[in-house]
Each structure stands twice: as C-alpha cells, then as structure tokens.
Design a protein. Structure first.
Length: 654
C-alpha cells in the first residue's frame, strides 16, 4: 500500500512540475489527462483512482507521464489487423464507456455529454468495427481507414452510429477509406447512422454493403465535397428518410440489388412537411441535387437509379448519369408490373439546371418518371431507352411483348418510355387526371426505340413555352392525355411507328418552331383525338405523316398549307410568297421516308404523304410556293387542313 501511495505521489509531482500528460491505460484504451486540467486526483481504499471524474481500478491500469499534446473532446481509434488502440481525451473520459473485443470497439456516451465529441478512425483491420451510441451530436473523422467486419460483436456494420442527432462524417482530404460490413448481423447498412449524416471534406469513402444497404441513415443525408463510392450493396446504395441533398463532391453507385439512392418520408402517419426554410425540421422525402457529380448504374429488376417519395429538385450545375439495365417485374403486393427508372419521384420533379443523362436498356424501362408535375426551366436532359415492352400477369412473363395492348389490362404491362409524368386513374367509367408537364427552358433530348415506347408522355396537360425539345421515338413522340399547349421554343419530333405529336384533347399551337414527323397510314405528324381539334394561332409548324388530324379554324387563327409529296431526311422544306421566303425547315436526320405503316393504323400510304405547314404571313385564299426537297408545288392557304382523316393513336400504355 505504501508503494502505491508513493507511486501516485511521484506521478502527481511529475505532472505538476513538468506540465505534462498523465496516460492511464486500461487494456488497449488510453485516457489522456493534461496536467493543466487534472486538479485533485482521489485515491480511495488503495484500489481506485479518480481523475477528472473518471474512476479507475488500479489493478486494471498502468500509468505513464509524457509530453503528448491532448485536444479536448477528441477520441482516436487506431485499428490494427486484430486489435485497436483507443485514445480518449481526459475532459470527456468520465462521459464515455469504452468496450473492446479485438478490433471491435464500442463507445457509449452518457446523457451528461454537453459538448460535441470528435471520433477519428484510422488504420486497417480485416475483422473490426466501430459502434458508438449517444444522444448528443458528434463528428466521425475517417483518416485512412480500412475496416471489414467479419464476425459481428456489437453490430454487423463496419460503422454503426446509434445516435439520433446530427453526425458529421468527415473524410480527411487526400485519404481513401474503405468499409465492408459482415454478411450476417442486424445492421441496416455497412455505414449506419440513426440520426442525420452529413458527409464532408475532400477524402474518398468506398463502401461494400453485404447484408443490406451500403449507407443508411434514419434521417437525412447531405453530401458536400466528399467522394463516395458504393461498389456493391445487397439493398440500396444509399438509403435515408426526411431528405437527401447533394451540394458538391462525387457519388458513384453500382452493384446494388435494389435502388441506387432512395429517400422516403420518415413520419408516414403525419406525412410530408414539404420543403422548409434551410431544411429545418424537414421531413419531405425530397431529393435536392444542387452540384457535384452522381453516377448510378443499376442492374436489378425494376430498380430506380434515384428515387424520392417526395419531390425532386435539380438546380445549380450537378452532373447526373444514371443507367438502369434491369427488366420489369410483377409486384405481388400491388398486383401490377413495375419497371426500372433512372429518376423517379412520387411527387414533382423540378429541373432548373444541371446535366442529366438517363439511360434504360431493360424491358419496360423509363428514363424519368414522376406522379406530380415535371417543370423544366433550364439544364440539359438526355434520355435514351432501348428495352422492349414488359408483360407480366403474375404468372406469365414476356420481356419483349409485341402484341396489341388495347384489350390488355394496364396492370399487366409496362411500356418503355423516355419521360412519363402524372397519373391517369380509372374510377368506374370515368378517369381523373393529375400532374402534368411544363417546359419553359433548357435542352431536352429523348430517344426511345423499344416497341410501344413513347418519348414524352403527360397523363394530364402539357405546356411547352420555351427551350429546345428533340424526340426520336417508336410510338408517340410527345403525348398528352389532356390538353396540349405549344407556345414557344424549338420542338423537333420523329416517331417511326405512330404520331409525332399527339393530344388526346385539344391541341393549341401559338408559338415556337415545330417540326413533327409521324409514321404513315393513319399516323400523324400532329394529331388531336377524335372529337377534338388542333388550333394554330402562331408559331412555325411543319407536320409530316400519313395524315395530320383535326386542324380547325378558330378566332384569330393562323393559316395553314396542306399538300403531299415525298420528303426525305435532311432535305429542306420552304414556303415562299413570290421571291420572299416566309418559312424554311430542315427535315430531321432521324426521319425515314421508308418507315412502315403506323401501329394500329390501316397502312397503305407512303410515309410523309401528307405535309402540313403553318407560319406567319399566310393569308387565306392566297397561293404560295411550297418546295419539298427539289419539288415545288403551288398551295393555297386555308384556316383548316384539307386532311379529314380520323384521330390517330390513343394515350399509350403504362
């Protein structure tokens, strides 16, 4: 006992005189007490020592004094192959309970913690983990960490943060960090945060999710500057609730068995809060893409590249590249087919900037889909789909169905589409329509080649007031279930087997430059459904097809010229009044004059047999020279198209 007193006395004197640090080592955990903070140390019963509120059993510890500099509120974990060393700053020692089994480390914060603690993790272990529980916001610094959890002790995750507060996850610049979780356990992700996770700094994080998700947060996730690579996941690449925000940095996701990025509403009973100021207390299920680069490659059936239960807002200058290759599948719960999609929102999608490239190659795949309103004011959007029509009635599957779908329940098939927006819901013998499309700027290019594949489809109204829209499709190029308004912009559409522009209600053209090339037979360059009309009051229009249906006179209408003749790709179409050119168009390179008759149409006509032109400066009853390539005709202007054929294709499939 006297020797112990003497030893403690010597340590106290050494600390006091040298202004150094007392290191109390318990197993592989070192508690570091700076001399300037230790104050009075209590030695009781010859068995315990209390320093800064932390009590140690002397039989379990060793103590040294050195010149180590200690930073308050810091915990450092250095991993080795089969063990880990933990260093705890003295000012927080009394608030932490540290447990350890080999390289498996668990730290529990007491509820008395009142300052943010930073945990810095480094080193390499082939069988380790980091588990932290608490109720105060914290920071996790990854500083060159390679951590694989092979035999779970506290959790199957590589990093598990059982803390419902804000967790900063800082990736030290210049470092590469790799996390791999166990193939068994109770973890929801390789890196799991119960609260909200904010990824920061310019380091790199590689994640392998063997059991479920790659990265999972119980609340929101934000990414700024960090580089995150999820190279495989048994579930989603990144999964969170409340909202997901990408400010800058790089996110790359591949090898998932489900969606790339998925964000849901947390409180399903209360429902969405909608977007809030600075996202304070927000639970919207929204996805905000504001900058950086996102690359997602999904091969799973019916997987979504980026999926939000709320709205999706794209602003600033993000670069988004999403490729889905999976086919559709039958959903037993909803008793309908589901298909893959690049970007999917249960709410609205608003695009005000950025560069989006969306590719879907699987059966029934779609580039972009939302149930609400798609609004495009700026940015560049490129969509390509090449999969066939997916059919599945719950017992029979066909990934390249080419039959007639008129009498097939829409629950049984998913048509490939470039952009699909809104909902058309059947109730008895009537329908309700929601959502819609509003395009006022930006550049949109859509290419679809699969059977029954439409380019841009709105299940409600559709407005184009500006921007550049180019569509090359198999089925309808641009289709709306309700009224369509073309008021500005540059619109170029080629549909190889159906109508180029098809409204299932009235179609109003009042501005812009429009070139619409449909198929032959009954398929139209421009079409309003039977019983409706196309009203032209402005803009420049060239419509080529087997017919052009429903162009009617209206108060203040702009005259049209209707003729027929052979038209070929890249050729010019001009309208002259004497020597004055009133309009000049170039037939799109994607147009083929040898295309077959349209889907569902009677066929029999050469593609491009009907040509409809409208532009300013035309007077009813006046003849103008219309030149189709090298052939010129004299055509008399009218307020009504001479083509009286019936309406073309219907609203399309799911």
């Amino acid at each position: 006992m006297k020797k112990i007193y003497a030893f403690i006395s010597c340590l106290v004197v050494a600390i006091a005189t040298s202004a150094q640090t007392l290191n109390v080592k318990e197993g592989n955990v070192v508690y570091q007490f700076p001399s300037s903070q230790t104050g009075e140390m209590t030695f009781a019963d010859g068995t315990t020592l209390t320093v800064m509120g932390k009590t140690f059993t002397l039989a379990n510890v060793s103590m040294t004094v050195d010149e180590t500099t200690v930073t308050d509120n810091q915990v450092t974990v250095v991993y080795g192959s089969s063990s880990a060393e933990v260093y705890v700053a003295g000012n927080v020692a009394q608030y932490l309970t540290v447990e350890q089994s080999g390289a498996h480390v668990s730290i529990t914060q007491s509820s008395d913690v009142a300052d943010e603690i930073t945990y810095t993790l480094s080193g390499t272990s082939s069988d380790g983990e980091f588990y932290m529980a608490g109720s105060y916001k914290s920071t996790i610094v990854l500083n060159g960490l390679t951590l694989t959890n092979t035999t779970p002790v506290y959790s199957g995750a590589a990093i598990h943060i059982q803390n419902g507060k804000r967790i900063n996850i800082k990736l030290t610049e210049g470092t590469t960090n790799t996390l791999t979780d166990a193939t068994s356990g109770s973890q929801k992700g390789c890196l799991y945060v119960k609260g909200h996770a904010e990824f920061k700094q310019k380091g790199t994080l590689n994640v392998v999710g063997n059991l479920k998700h790659g990265i999972k947060a119980g609340e929101y996730i934000t990414v700024k500057n960090a580089t995150i690579n999820v190279t495989s996941a048994a579930g989603d690449g990144i999964n969170c609730t409340q909202y997901f925000q990408m400010e800058s940095g790089t996110v790359s996701i591949s090898g998932t068995s489900d969606d790339g990025i998925q964000c849901d509403i947390d409180d399903t009973e209360t429902g969405s809060t909608g977007e809030t100021t600075d996202h304070e207390d927000e639970d919207s299920g929204n996805i905000y893409l504001e900058g950086g680069t996102i690359t997602v490659n999904c091969s799973a059936t019916a997987a979504k590249g980026i999926k939000g239960e709320g709205d999706m807002i794209v602003s600033g200058s993000p670069v988004v590249n999403v490729t889905t290759t999976g086919n559709g599948e039958w959903d037993d719960d909803d008793e309908e087919t589901k298909a893959a999609c690049g970007m999917s929102s249960d709410g609205n999608i608003t695009i005000g900037g950025g560069t989006l490239t969306l590719t879907a190659t699987g059966a029934g795949g779609k580039g972009m889909k939302c149930d609400g309103v798609l609004t495009v004011t700026d940015g560049s959007i490129t969509v390509k789909t090449s999969g066939g029509l997916y059919y599945n009635n719950g017992s029979t599957e066909n990934t390249n169905y080419t039959g007639n779908t008129d009498n097939v329940s829409s629950d049984y098939y998913s048509s490939p589409k470039g952009i699909k927006v809104g909902l058309k819901t059947e109730s008895g013998n009537s329908y309700t329509y929601s959502g819609g499309i509003v395009i006022s700027g930006g550049t949109i290019s859509v290419t679809t080649s699969g059977y029954n594949a439409e380019g841009i489809e709105s299940k409600n109204t559709l407005y184009i007031t500006g921007g550049t829209v180019t569509v090359n499709s198999y089925d309808d190029g641009i289709n709306s279930a309700k009224e369509m308004y073309l008021q500005g912009g540059t619109i170029t559409v080629v549909a190889s087997a159906n109508d180029a522009i098809d409204s299932n209600a009235n179609l109003y053209i009042s501005g812009g430059t429009i070139v619409a090339c449909g198929a032959s037979g009954a398929e139209c360059g421009i079409d309003a459904a039977e019983g409706y009309s196309v009203y032209v009051t402005g803009g420049s229009l060239l419509a080529i097809g087997g017919s052009n249906n429903g162009v009617s006179s209206t108060s203040g209408s702009q005259c049209v010229l209707s003729t027929s003749g052979s038209v070929s790709a890249n050729s010019s179409v001009t309208v002259k009044n004497g020597s004055t050119t009133l309009a000049s168009f170039t037939v799109p390179s994607g147009y083929s004059s040898s295309s077959s008759s349209g889907m569902g149409g009677p066929g029999g006509g050469n593609n491009g047999s009907n040509v409809l032109i409208s532009c300013s400066g035309l007077s009813s009853g006046t003849s103008y020279t219309v030149t189709l390539g090298s052939t010129s005709n004299s055509v008399t202007a009218s307020t009504t198209s001479s083509d009286s054929m019936g309406g073309g294709g219907g609203p399309g499939g799911r």
